[in-house]
Design a protein around this ligand. Structure first.
Ligand code: GUN
Length: 294
């Protein structure tokens, strides 16, 4: 069993991005600039946004930090999005999810210029991804594909089971694994709450990607000997064994599943470190005009 070290790959990709920024500056260009809109006071969202902005500065990007109170109107947010869409100094724009109930997620995502949609959530990017055309890929699936690439994990013709069908992870993950590419070319099954014989389907997977949002859902009896297991879950649970009184667990019961795997991502330190760096990679590609010409 080999652990897939997301922290190590994160450091490699981060250094590559920083080097590209240095090249841009040496050639008289401007620093890539990522705008992040945060609405409300949700602690987890504020932490994620803080990490995104910190990582931007670590690779030499500029950031544009916009915060709104929970009570902001949808129109005010839409007006800010239009302003950023029209600002040539800003290359990428994300609106941190989830949003307050009175604001439509679809309206907000569709208002973002798809050429600046570095989250890859806009229907134009989703559609182009499905068609195999150049597009911004959502950060978590893109990060997982990057892990497969850098660990030379063979996905071609493999049975890949994705647990979860969210717009952010499960659905795009299934598309990326089945498309004609390397990594890709897998035979994909997407499982969800209505799937029958879930255990049997999982136990047949050469590659199992758990993004179901349930703590330690995947147990050893659901995993084939020699499988590659990727754990997208992050659950903070109480623990009397750590100083902080908390520990992080995934969607996979790591201790019993790991011995059966050829490769497995740990939680923390597996998929997590790849997500922010994938967002930054998209921002670099946006600044360089590599997905859509500027
Ligand atoms: N909330 C949880 N994950 C994400 C993400 O990847 N992007 C945005 N904008 N919000 C999120």
């Amino acid at each position: 069993m080999e652990l897939i070290d997301g922290k190590k790959i994160n450091a490699e990709v981060k250094a590559e991005i920083a080097k590209e920024v240095e090249k841009i500056i040496a050639n008289g260009g401007k620093r890539p600039n990522l705008a992040v809109i945060l609405i409300g006071e949700d602690g987890a969202s504020a932490t994620y946004v803080g990490s995104k902005i910190k990582t931007c500065h670590e690779v030499g990007f500029e950031s544009t930090d916009v915060k709104f109170p929970e009570s902001v109107s949808e129109d005010e947010v839409l007006a800010k999005i239009t302003e950023i869409n029209n600002n040539p100094n800003i290359d990428g724009l994300i609106v941190q999810l989830p949003l307050p109930k009175h604001i439509s997620e679809h309206k907000i995502i569709e208002a973002i210029d798809y050429k600046k949609d570095v989250d890859g959530f806009h229907p134009v990017n989703t559609g182009r991804m499905a068609m195999g055309l150049p597009s911004f890929l959502p950060a978590t699936p893109a990060g997982i594909v990057e892990l497969f690439r850098r660990y030379n994990i063979d996905t071609e013709g493999k049975n890949c089971v994705v647990l979860g069908r969210s717009n952010i992870v499960g659905t795009p993950m299934g598309l990326l694994m089945s498309r004609k590419a390397t990594p890709g070319n897998a035979t994909v099954t997407i499982c969800h709450s209505r799937t029958k014989n879930l255990k049997e389907v999982c136990a047949n997977a050469d590659i199992l990607i758990a993004a179901i949002g349930q703590c330690e859902f995947v147990t050893a009896d659901m995993v084939k000997e020699g499988a590659v297991v990727v754990d997208v879950g992050i659950h903070r649970v109480k623990s009397d064994k750590t100083k902080s009184g908390w520990k992080l667990l995934g969607d996979v019961k790591f201790d019993e599943v790991a011995p059966k795997c050829s490769y497995i991502t740990p939680v923390p330190g597996g998929v997590g470190p790849m997500t922010i760096i994938s967002l930054l990679k998209n921002t670099l590609l946006a600044a360089q005009g590599k997905i859509y010409r500027k």
